[in-house]
Design a binder for this molecule. Structure first.
Ligand SMILES: Cc1cc2nc3c(=O)[nH]c(=O)nc-3n(C[C@H](O)[C@H](O)[C@H](O)COP(=O)(O)OP(=O)(O)OC[C@H]3O[C@@H](n4cnc5c(N)ncnc54)[C@H](O)[C@@H]3O)c2cc1C
Length: 505
């Protein structure tokens, strides 16, 4: 794409899939290599490395001279629109990824992978370096005999849900349709089927990864048990660029239902107390999220959830929380794939439009500007803990913008995995909490997070990655951190895949 005057959307429309883009732009020469060079070139083993990135791969390479480059360099969170990489490259396959990685290592250029671009801290873009956008690599196939699905690392979650549903199968993922399969899997992957089927990473059986030495490795229990362990929750951006994931699949649930509960704000503390006693211990088929929200006319308290069974069961199953004064409930049955479209906010949209704008032809989901932090609860919140949160929401309600404090229920299949069995350590926990603020609220976020220290476990979710978090090694990875560092030293001894919260930094 160098020098090719197409904007990104037109370009995506033309190419439209995983294949078909010819290599263009070779010949911009040393100027680009020089532009991208940040130090520490190394000669990787194998054949000589071309001078330019465009010569190193077949897929298109956009540079600041390419029309549409600014859009192409954006990630989901608009707060990082200021970041200017020196190239955005679109590999067509694992060999292209290898070409790009070898080129970056040889020229001492920083390279980061981008799947869905949803990193909270903007770690899938890099000032002056190369963004390797995997969006052309999103093929999906199912091996019925093995009971597995193989998915390209550039797929977004909606691609996976819909593609697998057509084949009668599913893999648990998150609720946002445009989150990338790579980031979500590598950092854990919590969603509304997780208490039944586990985290996305719990279902990972093998991966193909390009490491800094330029090798394309197939990683499974047999070939590299430690690296597979690390890829199951050890965090995106570490170890290399994953090109495809193979998961165990589950039969598509035969029946599924949604529920939505709401209370007046005066019942918020009681509703939260009841939810914490109930949600982590409910039937595995039932996963829910508790919401405290500021920004509407009054603060709001809600629960959203999914049940892998008929909605006629829900009156009985939800009774422990609908008994809290003032509860109003709505429920309904829905086939599993449309239910995922509902959570995505795309129920009446096409699958094509259910992608972030600019990342796929026809994608309509808007990007957002937000800040976030997270915590885990190992035990229920005391009355004082709940009051601290409600006071925070009431304070944010008086400020411009909006905010939410969300609780994802754990337990079930998530907690039946031992903390050291995969790199995802957060197993002895009731729920994950995240604090989100939109349209300002940075000081509120820090103060609210600080005020909750006496009530939380000290762990944080690596997929809600927080550039301000001190002691993040312990918070994200706990007792698994030292094993992760050992894997990192083995597969990337020169620490080519570095970012501020990379393993071993
Ligand atoms: C709106 C929204 C909703 C969310 N909902 C959920 C949810 O329901 N459940 C949940 O668990 N999480 C959720 N998340 C968090 C999400 O899981 C993380 O932000 C995740 O890291 C995003 O993955 P990505 O591929 O979209 O992001 P990216 O920004 O592309 O990648 C994230 C990190 O992984 C690295 N990476 C990307 N691709 C590769 C690759 N192929 N190989 C190696 N490293 C790679 C990047 O360099 C970056 O460091 C949500 C986030 C947002 C913004």
């Amino acid at each position: 794409m160098e020098g090719n005057p197409l904007d990104r959307r037109a370009f995506l429309g033309l190419v439209g899939g995983v294949v078909g883009a010819g290599a263009t732009g070779a010949g911009t020469g040393e100027a680009i290599a020089a532009l991208l060079r940040t130090g520490g070139p190394r000669r990787p083993p194998g054949p000589p490395v071309p001078r330019t990135l465009a010569q190193a791969m077949r897929g298109p390479v956009m540079t600041p001279r390419t029309r549409g480059f600014a859009n192409a360099s954006h990630v989901y969170n608009e707060r990082f629109d200021w970041v200017r990489p020196s190239a955005v490259a679109f590999p067509l396959d694992a060999l292209d990824v290898r070409g790009a990685v070898r080129w970056a290592v040889a020229h001492g250029v920083r390279l980061v992978a981008r799947s869905g671009g949803h990193s909270y801290a903007g770690y899938s873009t890099v000032p002056g370096g190369v963004v390797l956008d995997l969006s052309f690599m999103r093929g999906l196939s199912v091996d019925r005999r093995q009971g597995t699905a193989t998915i390209g690392a550039g797929a977004q979650l909606i691609d996976m849900y819909v593609g697998l549903a057509h084949r009668g199968a599913t893999v648990p993922g998150g609720s946002c349709p445009s989150v990338g399969i790579a980031g979500v899997t590598l950092g854990g992957g919590m969603g509304l089927a997780a208490r039944r089927f586990g985290l996305t990473s719990d279902n990972l059986v093998s991966a193909q990864i390009v490491t800094a030495d330029g090798r394309v490795r197939t990683v499974d229990r047999r070939t590299d048990r430690d690296l597979l362990w690390a890829l199951r929750g050890g965090g995106g951006g570490n170890f290399g660029v994953v090109t495809q994931f193979t998961f165990s699949v589950h039969p598509l649930p035969r029946s599924a239902a949604w529920f939505f509960l709401q209370w007046p704000w005066s019942s918020a503390s009681d509703a939260l107390e009841a939810w914490l006693e109930w949600a982590p211990h409910a039937r595995d088929e039932l996963t829910s999220i508790f919401h405290l929200e500021a920004g509407g006319g009054t603060p709001a308290v809600k629960v959203t959830g999914q049940y892998l069974g008929p909605s006629s069961d829900l009156a009985r199953l939800l009774a422990p929380i609908t008994s809290v004064a003032g509860a109003s409930a709505s429920t309904g049955d829905q086939a599993y794939a449309p239910l995922q479209m509902r959570w995505a906010g795309c129920l009446h949209e096409s699958v094509a439009s259910c992608h972030t704008e600019g990342t796929r032809a026809g994608g309509k989901l808007e990007r957002a500007s937000f800040r976030a932090k997270s915590d885990y609860l190992a035990r229920a919140l005391s009355g004082r803990g709940r009051a601290t949160l409600l006071t925070a929401i009431e304070a944010r309600q008086r400020q411009p913008g909006s905010a939410a404090i969300l609780f994802d229920s754990y337990g079930g299949a998530i907690n039946r995995v031992a903390p050291g069995a995969t790199a995802f350590v957060h197993r002895n926990t009731l729920c994950a909490m995240q604090y989100l603020t939109y349209g300002g609220g940075a000081a509120w976020l820090r103060a609210t997070h600080a005020s909750m220290r006496p009530f939380v476990s000290g762990q944080a979710y690596q997929n809600y990655i927080d550039a301000e978090l001190s002691n993040w090694q312990r918070a994200y990875y706990g007792s698994n951190y030292s094993r992760l560092v050992a894997v990192q030293r083995r597969v990337d001894p020169q620490r080519h895949f570095r970012f501020p919260q990379a393993i071993g930094v």
